[in-house]
Design a protein around this ligand. Structure first.
Ligand code: AKG
Ligand code: FE2
Length: 445
């Protein structure tokens, strides 16, 4: 918010630009910078763990900070002749947030790179992560590595076993959740849509420089098959059990991993929930396999058991110690949002690995997909109450209401004529009143 300048003023007398509150923008930036430097100095003795030469750029107009931790005590220097092992470019505010435990380093270090590639750490990236971890109140430990022969979840039709696996390993695999003909129907719908999005020039691609992978977003808009899919009974078995009865679909997408992809970076699915929360799972992902999923064709890589504790991999780009969640077509991978995982490398020469993800989150978490703005009107018109609930069109726990009507279990829709200013003395009846009463009240059914 702080960086967004005020909008235009419509009311004479309500221009706040000369109100003096706190410090002005410039000195705020200076204060943040000074605070960040003092944090780095305070934590300097811990930096010996880096065993490397690191530079920290807190803004191009600021002096470069050089941390020499190659041998002996870690020292701060103001310039360096040698090539650093790692160069970190980061906002001073993020250093403060790492220090205060408000921002997870693996999120903070990489999130700006989305819009500003120069902010990516350069050189040995795990060192950048280690540096940021050392600034936090309690640096994490790495997840336990998978070794061949270790006990991990296998596909099973026994839901109690799936639930036990979810608790113990952070994921479980449901066997035969879809019949072969259902798989064929959904796979064909998805591949047609994916091809159509390529033809239309709107395909969402990822997976390295050649970007062979394809993501298909907002599936609810993209064919009746995907609306019908929301009726699957597996959802009733696992979602309320894990997240409570009000969970909503935060996003509904497909991910097609194709040969030659670069694996995704390791992450948890609650990475955007900050301050970092490791004590509670906020989400549950149900990933439907529309083809046999193997270690070779891009099967999701996981660190089994990494959902528990203050755990995070040192190197988000290193899949050593992970295992692929392999299972035949028609299976569903159910995994919770604290589990460290990534799309695996597809090392086949042909074919693809199509999966559909129904990702649910607790109802108080902002949805990844803003269905209220993106749902196609003709789709919205035919949604069942069940689908509307899943998409967030139902009040839960005093949230999600329209014009203050927040009693539990009310289906909401856009009000044609929301209440506006009623200032005229002669106003006795507002013409939108019946609309308001009918769109938000139980009584209207
Ligand atoms: O493609 C996969 O296997 C995993 C995708 C994933 O982790 C995600 O979209 O968050
Ligand atoms: Fe994920």
């Amino acid at each position: 918010m702080a960086e967004i300048p005020p909008g235009p003023t419509f009311t004479k007398g309500l221009d706040f630009s000369s109100n003096k509150i706190g410090n002005n923008g410039a000195s705020k930036a200076d204060l943040a910078y000074e605070h960040a430097v003092s944090i780095i100095k305070e934590k300097l003795s811990l930096m010996i763990e880096l065993r490397a030469l690191l530079t920290v750029n807190l803004g191009d107009e600021r002096p470069l900070i050089v941390i020499d931790a190659r041998s002996g005590d870690a020292k701060l220097m103001d310039h360096v002749d040698d090539e650093p092992d790692t160069k970190v470019t980061i906002k001073p505010e993020y250093i403060i947030q790492f220090y205060e435990g408000k921002l997870e380093p693996r999120y903070g270090l990489f999130k700006d790179a989305f819009f500003h590639e120069a902010s990516l750490p350069q050189g040995r990236i795990p060192l950048a992560t280690k540096f940021a971890d050392l600034l936090t109140p309690s640096p994490p430990s790495p997840p336990r590595s998978y070794q061949p022969g270790m006990r991990v979840p296998r596909p099973t039709a026994d839901l109690e076993e799936v639930k036990r696996n979810l608790r113990e390993f952070g994921y479980g695999l449901v066997a035969n959740a879809l019949t072969p003909s259902q798989v064929a129907l959904l796979r064909s719908a998805l591949s047609q849509q994916a091809a159509g999005e390529v033809r239309a020039g709107i395909a969402a691609r990822d997976g390295g420089p050649h970007a062979p992978n394809q993501r298909v977003w907002t599936l609810v808009n993209k064919g009746d098959e995907f609306v019908d899919f929301l009726n699957h009974p597996l959802l009733d078995e696992v979602v309320p059990w894990f997240l409570g009865e009000h969970a909503i679909l935060t996003s509904y997408t497909a991910k097609i991993a194709r040969p030659g992809n670069v694996p995704m970076q390791l992450h948890t699915d609650q990475v955007a929930i900050q301050p970092p929360q490791r004590g509670l799972a906020y989400g549950l992902n149900v990933m439907w396999y529309l083809a046999d999923v193997t270690e070779r064709n891009g099967g999701t890589r996981v660190f089994p058991g990494s959902h528990v504790g203050q755990v995070a991999p040192a190197d988000l780009f290193d899949l050593d110690g992970t295992v692929a969640a392999e299972a035949p077509a028609g299976s569903a991978l159910v995994f919770e949002s604290r589990l460290w995982h990534a799309t695996g490398p597809n090392r086949e020469t042909e074919g693809e690995r199509p999966v559909v993800m129904m990702f649910f989150m607790r109802s108080f978490v902002r949805q990844q997909e803003n269905n209220f703005l993106s749902l196609r009107p003709e789709v919205e018109a035919k949604l069942s109450d069940r689908a509307k609930r899943m998409l967030g069109f139902c009040t839960t726990g005093a949230l999600g209401g329209v014009e203050g009507e927040v009693r539990e279990g009310i289906y909401v829709k856009r009000v044609e004529n929301p209440v506006g200013p009623l200032r005229d003395a002669e106003t006795v009846w507002w013409e939108g009143a019946s609309d308001l009463l009918c769109t938000t009240s139980w009584a209207c059914g």
